[in-house]
Design a protein around this ligand. Structure first.
Ligand SMILES: [Cu+2]
Length: 655
């Protein structure tokens, strides 16, 4: 559990207990809403499931698989805000449905998804260094490669959590003031799911970012190398990248990526599409008025996305706590829609920014569809007048790649994509801190959370020493202080100690002054511990939780003591002696490796396990020339214990 998740769990314990008591009093259990779930029941096995609670406490759950054409496919995508108790479904599925690459010279045009595919041999094995801090998920593949059957298991999907910088900031400071007020700020993270597919010279990263605020950001990154067959001797159609100012002209081209997004908002059976446009409507006292007009897209349609236009998919029957219908907005960033290239032989299906069609199983690819009975159809065929109740959005994001000298080599990755942004999915921000959970609607002139959502507190922690030795009998003690931010009363409740994300201690009672001391465990592992104190308010009080900044405590390795007694001390060459070994150390039975030596030769290596309780008796055959020898045991130490050595003397006799 993350520290912030702990904060929330602790603070909510009272509310949850009250709810349970209430439910127990009911004679008939009310059916729970099928749309939300405490833990989504995914249809994939654990091998195909991704479940991740982010640092902020927000969580995502989904299934993944690799399709031989589409590559990475994500299905059954659920989100839970940090301040929500249940997950809700967002998408039924999302995947690339085409990657159209027309060259400006008109000579070549590729459809990488339907013509080549991002799965099979094109899916790349990921090195550990390509998924830093994450988990590489295994993909099992079976396919035909030019007539021979290939079956392989490769680490190909990287799942990790990445820092994203500032998540939010709000300083409760009156305008023009320089006084320090209560500061709400935090850093954010994303869950990132990605694969790499290599199609000839280009290598594409298919990436989905799932933010802690509920957004889904599908992106396509292109790297690899320039296609050697796409050079042109005409500067109008390309950019020169070499010494030969005629023949080194690399042809400009589009990467038109089309994602198929199948919405499943809150599991609703009825979802609608809305289009918002903004246009000038007269003027106000200070400037022009910009008025919104809303159009319901009730039947299938292909749409352009000029400036000031956006779309959303709404579940009218699914209301948030403010009574607003839950929806997700399709937010475009930079988008070179190919239809702007007048007179080109462009794929017509690549000319629209977005097409909305009613979900249909055979409509899987934006163009050159491969699924029967809709074979060879495109989005232009799909949008044929059906009513929209279960919409699929075909989101087309183009990138016009005018090559640069810097594209050699390898080509620095360039990105294209869009954002699926939650709009009213929750009544407040999914990562609202506890002191701001009651801010909803038109605010007062200045927010003052010292009494707005309860009484704000400040928690500090100090240490009696900067470090301790593993197994010590005099561990470092922490002094925790919880103070009110804005009144004279004393916060009541308990304190908790976290080591990074791990809980070290919980339920440490605060005294009448709001203080607590905590002695660290003597068995705290060697290494640096970044400790934080977190305040849990007493049930029913109106104190608001707070956490301290981190304080470092370094635990050093303890000394171990090895002892050795060899018998007999006089032995004929070729016979055995017995090493009686004892290793003692603070903090329980030492574990690690024992290396037995005669002179400088290692004659045996054995493990020292916990159940040996520091003692091992081992026989060793002596194959040394006659004379006096040193018998030695080296205990190699471990994560918490230093290495130690013991010796004894033996005399080797001739046979
Ligand atoms: Cu390119």
């Amino acid at each position: 559990m993350s520290p912030r998740a702990l904060l929330r769990t602790l603070a909510r314990a009272t509310a949850a207990l009250a709810a349970t008591a209430l439910a127990a009093g009911l004679l008939v259990a009310l059916p729970s809403a099928p749309a939300s779930a405490a833990t989504p029941d995914l249809s994939c096995s654990s091998k195909g499931a991704i479940r991740k609670t982010l640092e902020a406490g927000s969580a995502w759950a989904m299934c993944f698989n690799i399709n031989s054409n589409k590559g990475l496919v994500l299905e059954e995508i659920w989100f839970k805000g940090a301040n929500e108790s249940r997950y809700r479904k967002v998408l039924d599925s999302i995947a690339l449905s085409q990657l159209n690459v027309p060259y400006d010279s008109g000579v070549n045009q590729w459809n990488d998804i339907t013509g080549f595919g991002f799965g099979n041999q094109h899916l790349q094995k990921l090195a550990a260094s390509e998924c830093p801090g994450g988990t590489r998920r295994t993909v099992e593949q079976a396919f035909d490669l030019r007539g021979s059957f290939v079956q392989r298991s490769i680490p190909a999907v990287c799942v990790n959590e990445q820092d994203t910088g500032l998540a939010y900031r709000s300083h409760e400071q009156e305008n023009q003031s320089i006084e320090d007020g209560i500061l709400f700020t935090d850093q954010g993270t994303d869950l990132v799911v990605s694969t790499i597919s290599k199609v000839d010279w280009y290598e594409y990263e298919v990436q989905y970012r799932f933010t802690d605020t509920g957004s889904i950001v599908p992106q396509l990154g292109a790297t690899g190398d320039l296609s050697p067959i796409d050079f042109v001797n005409d500067a109008r159609f390309g950019w020169n990248v070499g010494l030969d100012h005629t023949h080194d002209t690399s042809t400009s081209h589009h990467h038109n990526a089309v994602w198929r997004v199948d919405f499943g908002l809150d599991g609703a059976t009825n979802q609608t599409v809305e289009q918002y446009d903004y246009a000038q409507a007269g003027s106000g006292a200070a400037g022009p008025r910009l008025a919104a007009s809303t159009t319901t897209v009730s039947t299938e349609a292909t749409k352009q996305a000029p400036d000031y236009r956006w779309f959303r998919v709404v579940a009218p029957g699914s209301l948030n706590a403010d009574g607003h219908a839950r929806s997700y907005e399709i937010a475009f960033g930079a988008n070179d829609v190919h239809g702007e290239v007048v007179g080109s032989a462009a794929d017509p299906s690549a000319q629209n920014a977005v097409t909305f069609s009613q979900a249909r199983a055979c409509e899987q690819y934006a163009s050159e569809n491969l699924t029967s009975p809709c074979t060879n159809q495109s989005v232009l065929d799909y949008a044929n007048g059906q009513s929209l109740t279960d919409p699929v959005a075909w989101v087309n994001v183009g990138f016009h790649h005018v090559v640069r000298d810097e594209d050699q080599s390898p080509m620095p990755v360039h990105w294209q994509g869009f954002t699926l942004l939650p709009r009213d999915f929750t009544a407040i921000s999914p990562i609202t801190p506890l002191g701001r959970e009651c801010v909803n609607g038109r605010p007062d002139r200045f927010l003052d959370s010292s009494d707005l959502c309860g009484n704000a507190t400040r928690t500090t922690v100090s240490r009696s020493a900067t470090g301790q030795i593993y197994g010590t009998r005099a561990p470092v003690s922490l002094s925790i202080k919880v103070r009110p931010v804005d009144n004279d009363e004393t916060p009541t409740g308990t304190a908790n100690v976290l080591d990074g994300k791990r809980i070290v201690a919980t339920g440490i009672k605060l005294n009448a002054n709001g203080n607590a001391t905590y002695r660290l465990p003597s068995g705290l592992a060697a290494g640096r511990h970044n400790l934080k104190a977190v305040y849990s308010p007493k049930s029913g009080s109106d104190w608001v939780t707070s956490k301290s900044s981190a304080i470092a405590v370094d635990v050093r390795k303890a000394t171990s003591y090895a002892r050795l007694s060899v018998s007999p001390t006089r032995v004929e060459r070729g016979r055995k002696v017995t090493y009686a070994i004892r290793v003692s150390a603070p903090g329980g039975s030492p574990t690690g490796t024992l290396r037995l030596k005669i002179g400088s030769t290692t004659v045996k290596t054995r493990a020292l396990k916990g159940y040996h309780h520091g003692r091992r008796t081992l026989k060793v055959r002596v194959n040394k020339r006659p004379g006096g020898r040193t018998a030695k045991v080296v205990y190699e130490g471990n994560r918490n214990l230093k290495r130690s050595v013991a010796t004894d003397r033996i005399r080797v006799l001739p046979r």
